[in-house]
Design a protein around this ligand. Structure first.
Ligand SMILES: [Zn+2]
Length: 257
């Protein structure tokens, strides 16, 4: 598949600062009734929002902001210690009306185009598997895009992002944790979510921010049921993904020591 872009420059960007390279990709849905409306909004200087790319449902890729510039797509966000996510990331908008205007499946050709774009980008930026993110991952209290219909599993199969491995099993001892609960098990859950990269306090209290983060995790990794409750499957999956992060950290430390 050869890459071609429709140039649609947006004025909404500024310079990246500091010396840290681009090492995150943040995926969004446009959440507007039409692609045209989304393009207009991301090109309106008053709106002060943009993304590097927008991919239409027919696979057309629009380029709005050059990759070397800082597009304005993340807003108030946090991932793995980074607050200025715009500074470190490429933002990609997928055309979809979203939960407000009729959320629907992402067509195969749209995801084909996304994967081709990610392959092309991988020649320029080193993004580790744990840094292919949903907007909801980096802003769980505010955002739900690209949502629970986004095919993270297919993205992983194409070489991008993290997914659970075939040997994953629900732990028979995993408790169900609920909003309002206060316990050591809640603290353990929060520690695992923090290890994955989420912005979360280790308080031991299943407070609204914890519920929002569990919901964001489910939208990414347990899409069949997004309810903010850490049931046995959700809790086991959180530990499973956190373990993958830990194993990667250990192996990269070994490689550099
Ligand atoms: Zn978004």
């Amino acid at each position: 598949m050869t890459l071609s872009f429709v140039e649609h420059p947006s004025p909404n960007f500024d310079d990246r600062s500091g010396r840290r390279p681009v090492d995150m990709v943040v995926l969004h849905y446009t959440g507007m009734p039409t692609a045209t409306a989304a393009l207009q909004r991301m090109s309106d200087p008053e709106a002060k929002v943009s993304a590097h790319y927008m991919i239409d449902e027919d696979g057309t890729v629009y380029r709005l902001v050059p990759e070397e510039k800082r597009a304005w797509h993340a807003g108030v966000a946090f991932w793995r210690g980074v607050r200025d996510v715009n500074n470190r990331s490429i933002g990609i908008e997928l055309v979809n009306p979203g939960h407000e205007f009729g959320y629907r499946e992402f067509p195969v050709v749209q995801i084909d185009a996304l994967i081709a774009l990610l392959k092309d980008m991988a020649t320029r930026h080193g993004v580790m598997p744990g840094n292919y993110l949903a907007h909801s991952d980096i802003a769980p209290m505010r955002k739900e895009d690209p949502g629970e219909l986004f095919p993270w599993r297919r993205l992983h199969a194409a070489g991008f992002g993290r997914w659970w491995t075939d040997d994953f099993k629900v732990s028979p001892h995993a408790p169900t944790l609920q909003p309002g609960e206060r316990s050591g098990a809640v603290l353990e859950l929060q520690v695992a979510l923090d290890r994955i990269g989420y912005g979360i306090e280790g308080s031991g209290v299943y407070d609204p921010p914890t519920e929002a983060v569990v919901r964001a995790f489910q939208r990414h990794w347990r899409q069949a049921q997004v309810d903010g409750i850490a049931d046995a499957e959700t809790g086991s999956l959180i530990r499973h993904i956190a373990e993958q992060v830990l194993m990667r950290r250990i192996s990269s430390e070994r490689a550099t020591s």
